[in-house]
Design a protein around this ligand. Structure first.
Ligand code: TRP
Length: 361
C-alpha cells in the first residue's frame, strides 16, 4: 500500500509555536525522511468558513500567511503538495455522500466540536456547516487515501469519526476507503503547549501566542513575561515545575546541544529542573535560557519567511499547481466512491441494457 500523509490547518491567523511543536515540525521531518509516496498539506479555508461565514476576508487574507509559515518551516513544494481546500470541489461532493453515514447524535458527541460550540457561543444556533465539519474532514482525509495524519491532540475526535465513516462506507459499499492512522506529538509538552500566560490554549484573542514569524525583540518580551511558579518568589525558594510555562516550553523546544551553547553549567534539562525544584535557581536565568533557545529555533524560520515574502505571486502559483494536483487525486477517489455506491449510471452499460430489457417486455 502507498504511504500517504495528509494534514492541514485552518487559515484564521499566522501559525504559532503551538502549531510548530504540535504538528508542523513533525511534518517536515516526515517529509524529509523520503518515506512517503505522496504528501498533501491543505490550507482548510472551507473549514475555516464554517465558523467565519461573516468574515470571508479574514480567511482570504490568512491563506498566504499560512502558506508562508509552511514553507518557512521547511515544507517543500517539490516534496509536498500544498493546496487550498476550496479549490478541490470533489471534497464537498464526498462530504455530501458521507453525511448519510453519520447520525446527528454522533456529531453531537464529538468532544472537540462540543468544546468549539461552547467557545463560540453557538449553543443556541449552530451553523449546519460548522456542525458537520468533522464529516468534511473525513472527506479531506479519505480523498487522498491518507495513511498517516499528523495532527494535534484536539484532532483525535476527528480522526475517530473519520475511521468510523471509513468502516461504515467499506462495510456498506465494499472496500474502497483507506483507514488512516493518527500521529500525535511525541511528548506531553508538545501535545498541549500552553499560551505564555499559562492558559491551556494559545489563541489570538487571548494575546498569549508566540508566532513563528515573531520578531526577535517580541519573542524576548513574551518570554520574559511568561507565567512561572507564582510561589517561587525569592531565588532560594524551591520552585515547582507543575504548570510552569517556561519549563513546559523547554520540554517542547530544548535540545541537548543548547546547554553546551547557552548554559554550559548544566548538562541537561533534568539537572536544570532539579536545581529549580531544590531552590537557588531564579526565574530570570531560566527565562534567559529559554529566550536563547527560542531565538535559535525561530530565527531561521523568520529569515526564510522574509525571503519567501519577496515573491508572493510565486507562492500563489505553488498553491495553484498544488490544488490542481490535489484535485486530480480527489477526482479519482470520488470516481471510486461513486462506482462503489453505484451512482455511475452512464458508465454502466449493463444497467442501461437491463433497464432497456425491463421496459421492452
Ligand atoms: N481541523 C484542522 C484544524 O483545525 C484542519 C483540517 C481540516 C485538517 N481538514 C483536515 C487536519 C484533515 C488534518 C486532516 O486546523
Amino acid at each position: 500500500m502507498k504511504k500517504v500523509m495528509l494534514t492541514g490547518d485552518r487559515p484564521t491567523g499566522r501559525l504559532h509555536v503551538g502549531h510548530y511543536v504540535g504538528s508542523l515540525r513533525r511534518r517536515v521531518e516526515l517529509q524529509n525522511t523520503g518515506d512517503f509516496d505522496d504528501i498533501f498539506i491543505m490550507i482548510a479555508d472551507a473549514q475555516a468558513l464554517t465558523d467565519n461565514a461573516d468574515n470571508p476576508e479574514k480567511v482570504r487574507q490568512n491563506i498566504i500567511e499560512v502558506a508562508l509559515d509552511y514553507m518557512a518551516c521547511g515544507l517543500d513544494p517539490e516534496k509536498s503538495t500544498l493546496f487550498i481546500q476550496s479549490q478541490v470541489p470533489e471534497l464537498t461532493e464526498l462530504s455530501f455522500y458521507y453525511m448519510n453515514l453519520v447520525t446527528v447524535s454522533r456529531l453531537q458527541r464529538n468532544p472537540t466540536v462540543k468544546n468549539e460550540i461552547k467557545m463560540r457561543n453557538f449553543e443556541a444556533s449552530i451553523p449546519v456547516g460548522f456542525f458537520t465539519y468533522p464529516i468534511s474532514q473525513a472527506a479531506d482525509i479519505t480523498a487522498f487515501k491518507a495513511t498517516v495524519v499528523p495532527v494535534g491532540e484536539d484532532q483525535l475526535p476527528m480522526l475517530e469519526q473519520t475511521k468510523e465513516i471509513v468502516h461504515k462506507f467499506n462495510s456498506v459499499y465494499g472496500d474502497t476507503l483507506i483507514d488512516p492512522k493518527i500521529l500525535l506529538p511525541e511528548n506531553e509538552a508538545c501535545l498541549r503547549l500552553p499560551g505564555i500566560d499559562g492558559k491551556a490554549k494559545m489563541s489570538k484573542s487571548l494575546g498569549n501566542c508566540i508566532y513563528l514569524s515573531e520578531e526577535s525583540e517580541d519573542i524576548k518580551k513574551k518570554v520574559f513575561s511568561m507565567f512561572t511558579d507564582p510561589n517561587h518568589i525569592r531565588v532560594e525558594d524551591p520552585g515547582s515545575l507543575e504548570g510552569n510555562t517556561v519549563f513546559t516550553y523547554l520540554d517542547a523546544f530544548c535540545k541537548p546541544e543548547y546547554f553546551a551553547e547557552f548554559l554550559p553549567e548544566y548538562q541537561n534539562l533534568d539537572e536544570l529542573k532539579a536545581h529549580y525544584q531544590r531552590g537557588g535557581l531564579g526565574d530570570m536565568k531560566v527565562k534567559r535560557f529559554l529566550n536563547n533557545v527560542l531565538q535559535a529555533e525561530l530565527e531561521p524560520i523568520r529569515n526564510r519567511r522574509k525571503e519567501l515574502q519577496k515573491d508572493i505571486p510565486a507562492i500563489y502559483e505553488i498553491l495553484k499547481k498544488g490544488s490542481e494536483k490535489a484535485e486530480a487525486v480527489a477526482a479519482q477517489t470520488l470516481k471510486e466512491v461513486k462506482d462503489a455506491m453505484k451512482i455511475n449510471y452512464f458508465d454502466d452499460k449493463a444497467l442501461i441494457e437491463a433497464q432497456a430489457e425491463r421496459f421492452s417486455k
